[in-house]
Design a protein around this ligand. Structure first.
Ligand SMILES: [Fe+2]
Length: 271
């Protein structure tokens, strides 16, 4: 099964991922620069997740130069490339073995990136744990009952966190957000840390007008909907994978790591 836009890339073998996304397999010695960025952009808008396998790895500088072809990049205090690996003496849960609950990137930045671009430099495909999780929030909204939608559209959440890592501050965000780039409603939500998380640098959340009990009850009923199998893709990394994802439609997170703590990813935010 191929999408229309993939037909414009006749040299590429592509197949769907369940419950959403597409795998593009490189020809021998394939490079990402062989693919049209315009076509890839169209595919990401349709499929939300594009997994590129078998393409040549890129040194950091080449990865950065490649990402710049897509557009402006979000720059952080560490530069453009975030090295995602376990750190001894981590001061933020991202760099621990614990899970990373669902969130969207750029919540505390001036701009929300359109795409996240990952390269996997090291992973052990035979070991469970450390899978990246992606929730298609447009599907969650499509599945919601009219009563749920009415409630969700009335909810505004204030998030606050100390800036111990590269992000932090205080923001207020509607749970259902009309995204002008997509011309569609999406969910913007950052899930609180839970029992699978290492409690370092947590984000505090406060739903406007809700008592503590009401907030807890809402979170208990809402969060599992983001993990239902028809809206959530869990990606088990293999060394050499590239992943391009739509950060506007999706929330993302990570399962806790187990025996595969030498997992090493790089990530760039494309605006
Ligand atoms: Fe993230």
């Amino acid at each position: 099964m191929e999408t229309n836009s993939l037909n414009t890339l006749p040299q590429i073998k592509a197949k769907p991922i369940l419950p959403f996304g597409t795998i593009i397999q490189a020809n021998e010695n394939g490079q990402l620069t062989d693919l049209s960025i315009k076509d890839l952009t169209e595919i990401i808008h349709q499929e939300k997740v594009v997994l590129l396998k078998g393409f040549r790895p890129m040194e950091s500088n080449n990865m950065l130069n490649y990402a710049k072809r897509w557009g402006d990049l979000l720059e952080w205090n560490f530069g453009h490339i975030l090295n995602l690996e376990i750190k001894e003496n981590a001061n933020n849960y991202l760099f621990t073995k614990g899970n990373v609950p669902f969130h969207w990137d750029g919540a505390f930045a001036n701009s929300v990136p359109s795409f996240l671009f990952f390269q996997c430099l090291k992973a052990n495909i035979n070991t469970h744990g450390g899978e990246s999780t992606f929730c298609d929030t447009q599907k969650v909204l499509e599945k919601a009952s009219p009563q749920e939608l009415k409630l969700w559209k009335s909810i505004t959440i204030t998030y606050s966190t100390e800036k111990n890592a590269h992000y932090g501050g205080k923001i207020t965000q509607n749970l259902v957000h009309f995204d002008e780039h997509l011309g569609k409603d999406v969910i913007r939500f950052a899930e609180p840390l839970n029992e699978e998380s290492v409690q370092l640098n947590p984000i505090q959340i406060e739903i406007s007008g809700f008592s503590t009990n009401e907030q807890n009850n809402f979170l208990k009923s809402f969060i599992p909907k983001l993990y239902e199998s028809d809206v959530c893709y869990q990606h088990r990394w293999e060394t050499g994978d590239y992943l391009l994802i739509d950060n506007l439609s999706l929330l993302h997170g990570r399962n806790p790591l187990k025996d595969n703590i030498d997992r090493y990813l790089q990530r760039i935010h494309i605006l």
